[in-house]
Design a protein around this ligand. Structure first.
Ligand code: THU
Length: 134
């Protein structure tokens, strides 16, 4: 992926930290998902008083895209941190990895970022090897 596009995805993911609804954990997560057509779908985590119904930022972005007919993806940028302050990389949880595996190819790129110039890129295959599918 071009550097300019990586930076754009990271910027959008960082913007999403403002929309994160995380009154229980105070851990804010933002994501920006790139479709194969070049469109970007964003997401944030949305928590719930009953905890279980909470949704991660990555799944918010995927579900927004799939619900609008998009099913082919190139990359996702993810950022997160306590009170919205990014201090570490925020790798996707196991459930989100499995949801990504439903729609994304093995070389789908996962951009784990601390800022637009501090990031690392991992493939879905690296984060979820030997994934389950039917
Ligand atoms: N969270 C995400 O949004 N994405 C992840 O991959 C890991 C966790 C959210 C869920 C919850 O709202 C908060 O971070 C703390 O777990």
């Amino acid at each position: 992926m071009e550097k300019i596009l990586i930076e754009k995805l990271i910027k959008k993911a960082i913007e999403m930290l403002n929309f994160s609804y995380a009154p229980y954990s105070n851990f804010h997560v933002g994501a920006a998902l790139l479709t194969s057509e070049g469109k970007i779908y964003t997401g944030c985590n949305i928590e719930n008083a009953a905890y279980g119904p909470s949704n991660c930022a990555e799944r918010t972005a995927i579900f927004k895209a799939v619900s609008e007919g998009k099913k082919e993806f190139e990359a996702i940028a993810i950022v997160g941190g306590k009170n919205g302050k990014i201090e570490n990389f925020c790798p996707p949880c196991g459930v989100c990895r499995q949801v990504l595996a439903e729609f994304c190819k093995k070389d789908f790129e996962i951009v784990l970022a601390k800022s637009t110039n501090e990031y690392k890129i991992m493939t879905l295959e690296q984060l979820l090897p030997e994934s389950f599918s039917l």
